[in-house]
Design a protein. Structure first.
Length: 388
C-alpha cells in the first residue's frame, strides 16, 4: 500500500488547526492512530509518552493499535528514578536527549535485551521510532512512538512523512499535557471539583453557589501530644498516612476533601435537594468513615484514632478571600455547626457524632446523646452518636 501524500498533508493541517473538535486524550490518540493508518503509512502502533505534575502517577503512555485501539500504561514515581522499566528505555533516552531514537528489532543490541522488546518481536513488530515532541512550556519533552510490522521497518520516505507531523503533533500534545497538569495540580491543592471549576473560569472573589451537602469534619485524637513528643518527620508521616487512607475512602464514596487543617480535614458530599439522594450521600459519608477505620487497622495503624462529625445543610461553595489570595472552600452556618459538633465528641464518649438533620437520614445508625448549646447558635442542638 502506497502512502497517500494528500492524506498526510490533511493530517498535518488538522494537527496545525489544533485537532478539532475538543475530545479526551484517549480519543485523540485513537483518532491520530486511525488517521495515520488511513494515509497508507504502515503504522501498527502509535502512542505518546508524557510526564505530568502528579504525585502518584508522573508518567503515562497512551497508545493505539489497530487491534486493541486505545490503551494506557502508567509510570510510577519509583520507576522514574530507579529500576529498568523506564530507566534505559528508548523512550526515556529520547525524552532525555531530545533526539530521534530508532529501534530496529534484532539490530539494536542496546535495547533488544529488554523484556518488552521480546514481547514486541513476538507480536511481529520490526521497528519502533521514538520521536521527541519539542515543547515550549511543558516541563518535560513528550515522545511520540510509531511501531510497524513491515519487514525491514519504515522506509526512508515513510520516515520522512512521519517527521512532517512531528511539529504540529508536538503543539497539540503539549496543549493536552499542560491542561491535564493544571487540572492535577489544582485538584491536588484545592480539591478535585474545585480544580475543574477554577480552570473553567470560576475565579472571581465572591463567586459562590449555595448547595445542599453532607459536611464532614475529622481530626486525629491526641495529636498535640504526638507532635510535641515525636520528630517532625514522624509527625508528617503520621499525618500523610491518615490523609492517604481518608482521601481514598472519601473519594470512593462520593465525597471530596476541601481542606487539610493541621491534623484535621473538611470534606463535603454534595447532594441534590432530594431525600433519597441525601440518604445516599449520608450513607456514603458513614461508609467513608467505616472504611477509613478498617483500612487503618488493616495497615497496622491502630495508633491513628480520629474523631468525626457529620451534618446536612446548605453551604456556600466557591471563591472567598482577599483581592490577591483566594481560597475555594465552603462556609456558612451549616459548616459552623458541623465544626462545633466535633468539639463535644470526646465529652459525650463517642468518636463520631452528628446533628439531628443527619440523624434523620440514617436513624438506624445513631444514638441520641444530649442537647448542646453552641456558640453562635441561639437554640440548643440535638447531638447523636454514630455507631461505627
Amino acid at each position: 500500500m502506497s502512502v497517500d501524500a494528500s492524506k498526510v498533508s490533511a493530517l498535518t493541517n488538522w494537527l496545525v488547526a489544533g485537532a478539532p473538535p475538543k475530545r479526551s486524550f484517549p480519543d485523540l490518540i485513537t483518532e491520530i492512530g486511525e488517521r495515520l493508518s488511513a494515509t497508507g503509512l504502515p503504522v501498527h502502533q502509535f502512542g505518546v509518552y508524557h510526564m505530568l505534575i502528579h504525585p502518584e502517577m508522573p508518567g503515562r503512555f497512551d497508545f493505539w493499535t489497530q487491534k486493541a485501539k486505545h490503551r494506557r500504561q502508567t509510570i510510577t514515581p519509583e520507576q522514574v528514578v530507579s529500576g529498568d522499566i523506564w530507566i534505559g528505555s528508548p523512550a526515556a533516552l529520547c525524552m532525555n536527549s531530545h533526539r530521534l531514537v530508532i529501534q530496529t528489532f534484532g539490530k539494536s543490541p542496546e535495547f533488544d535485551h529488554r523484556p518488552v522488546s521480546k514481547t514486541h518481536m513476538d507480536r511481529g513488530y520490526t521497528q519502533f521510532i521514538y520521536s521527541p515532541l519539542h515543547s515550549s512550556y511543558s516541563i518535560e519533552t513528550s515522545v511520540a512512538v510509531f511501531g510497524t510490522k513491515q519487514p525491514g521497518g519504515f522506509s526512508e520516505d515513510q520516515q520522512h512523512s512521519l517527521r512532517l507531523i512531528q511539529a504540529p503533533l508536538a503543539r497539540v500534545i503539549e496543549a493536552f499535557v499542560l491542561y491535564e497538569s493544571n487540572v492535577q495540580v489544582l485538584s491536588t491543592y484545592v480539591g478535585r471539583g474545585a480544580g475543574i471549576r477554577v480552570l473553567q473560569g470560576n475565579i472571581l472573589r465572591g463567586d459562590t453557589e449555595e448547595i445542599p451537602s453532607i459536611i464532614l469534619f475529622s481530626d486525629l485524637r491526641n495529636f498535640t501530644a504526638l507532635s510535641n513528643a515525636k520528630p517532625a518527620k514522624q509527625v508528617i508521616d503520621t499525618l500523610n498516612a491518615f490523609y492517604d487512607v481518608a482521601e481514598t475512602a472519601i473519594g470512593k464514596n462520593g465525597g471530596e476533601i476541601l481542606k487539610f487543617m493541621g491534623d484535621g480535614l473538611l470534606a463535603i458530599f454534595p447532594t441534590p435537594d432530594d431525600l433519597s439522594a441525601q440518604m445516599a450521600a449520608a450513607a456514603g459519608a458513614v461508609s467513608a468513615l467505616e472504611e477509613t477505620r478498617r483500612m487503618l487497622k488493616e495497615g497496622a495503624r491502630d495508633d491513628l484514632q480520629f474523631r468525626a462529625s457529620l451534618h446536612l445543610g446548605d453551604i456556600h461553595y466557591g471563591n472567598i478571600g482577599s483581592k490577591s489570595r483566594l481560597d475555594f472552600t465552603a462556609v456558612g452556618p451549616a459548616v459552623n455547626l458541623a465544626a462545633r459538633l466535633m468539639s463535644v465528641a470526646d465529652e459525650l464518649g463517642y468518636e463520631t457524632v452528628c446533628s439531628d438533620a443527619f440523624h434523620r437520614l440514617v436513624p438506624n445508625k445513631t444514638t441520641y446523646l444530649a442537647k448542646h448549646t453552641f456558640k453562635g447558635f441561639d437554640q440548643p442542638q440535638r447531638v447523636f452518636g454514630i455507631d461505627i
